[in-house]
Design a protein around this ligand. Sequence first.
Ligand SMILES: [Zn+2]
Length: 520
Amino acid sequence: MFNIAVGSFIAECNPNSPAVGWPHFLSLGYLEGDAVLEELAAEFSTLPPELKGFFEAARSNFDSPRFHPLVCANGSATGPIDHACFQDIVHRMVTGVAGSGHLDGIYLALHGAAKTTQDEDPEGHLLQAIRNSVGPSVPILATLDLHANVTELMVRASSALIGYRTNPHVDMYDRGQDAAALLRKMRSGRSTVSVFHKIPMIAPSPTHLTAVDPMSSIWRRATEKSQPGRTNISMFTGYTHGDSPKSGMSTLITGDSDIADEIIKLGRDTAADLWHARGEFKLQLMEMHEAVERAMEAGEDPSRPAIAFADTNDNPGGGGRGNSIWALEAFVKAGVRHAVLGALCNPAVAREAHRVGEGACFHATYNADEPEPTSGKFSHDVRVLRVHDGHCIGRRGMFAGTALALGPSCLLEVAGIQVAVISKRLQTADPVFFEMLGVDLAKARSMVIKSRGHFRAGFDEFFSASQIFDIDVPGLTMRRLERIKFKKISRPMYPLDRDFEWKPEDGEVISFFPAPAQTA
Ligand SMILES: [Zn+2]
């Protein structure tokens, strides 16, 4: 019998978004006990794909595995978490671990860029609380988002951390499987070494895409220098909007301890490679008036390629409100034709559409009660084309195979423009957001999508990279770093500060599992 505890705590916290507590987790995704195991066994799960990847790999590779479900709390991208709520989650996790009896390993799906109203390193403190509970010899493994702001405490309290390698994130399931493989290696008596570098640099998240440079080349160079099967490379571009002492990019390489010198050199080389590329993370944004001109041209001339605009500054996936009206207002006023926009998060508009019904017209008012000024307010006459309960299965990209609950949803029409409206704040990373409402995306001449970059993996059937532009309108996930009022980020930090040097030996963390004292 091989006893493994599994759980998750996922939250990426934007300090400019409203603080959230238990109601947020309960409405978005909270499970514990046997409900976690039932969900893991379901064909389409609401749980993070990495958890399912770990579960399925462990189930087929371990001898008689027995899973002990801990808390699964999914807060997605949001505001800071109420500290008492977080403490409650930690308490439930630790109680679950203590109640599981003898454990051979613990796996957690984490994000790595959470903050609470009082704590800048919740994941570090969660891992430390579990470590204190089980002692130093039980392997604790966690997967992290590529946008994690990793801390030394997270590294020291865990046995290994494994980051997503792709942006858009489409490899979460595979990374969960990697965690299972690494746990198996640790339990077979092999010791590992991890080398962690925190690099004092941030970059606008649209520049973090892994299929294009600079990240594409940095990944290729690191991979070429590593031994497959003996090395796990993680590179974290970090969550720029987190504005925290833990903000910044980082690298974490874990490998077999008998090649420790090689692993440490790979860590230093990779961290130095990122640092030397710091001037290559260049942001390209399109002004709204140019986007309108291009959408007008595409709408009037079918021979032109269709185009997509990422409303990157109001990305729910980065803690944005997902409800800003700037592109909608500009398109409606200019009379853009054959355009599709969305999905706007606006429960009041969706509710009214459901009340009047399909085919009926009403005067839609967006953000009537919204206090956030960057959301804007707008109203216009619309016709309801479709209403839907918002339950769907992700079809393509990061949400593929995931059961989604977008809340009461609708498709509205105004003078040649279709607007998709949902009631849960989730980034539009999958065509299903529109397709569930009957939209034929192949006929759209232009689109405005409430996502920063993850939609690229979902909408690649309709738009190649050359057909996609990031637009620059107000929002809580504004990309121009010079406009963000950072308060807590450590300094110096490139590019906020430019006149300083950094080398990998600065603050390097090297840790072994098991710790050398245990093997002596
Ligand atoms: Zn991410």
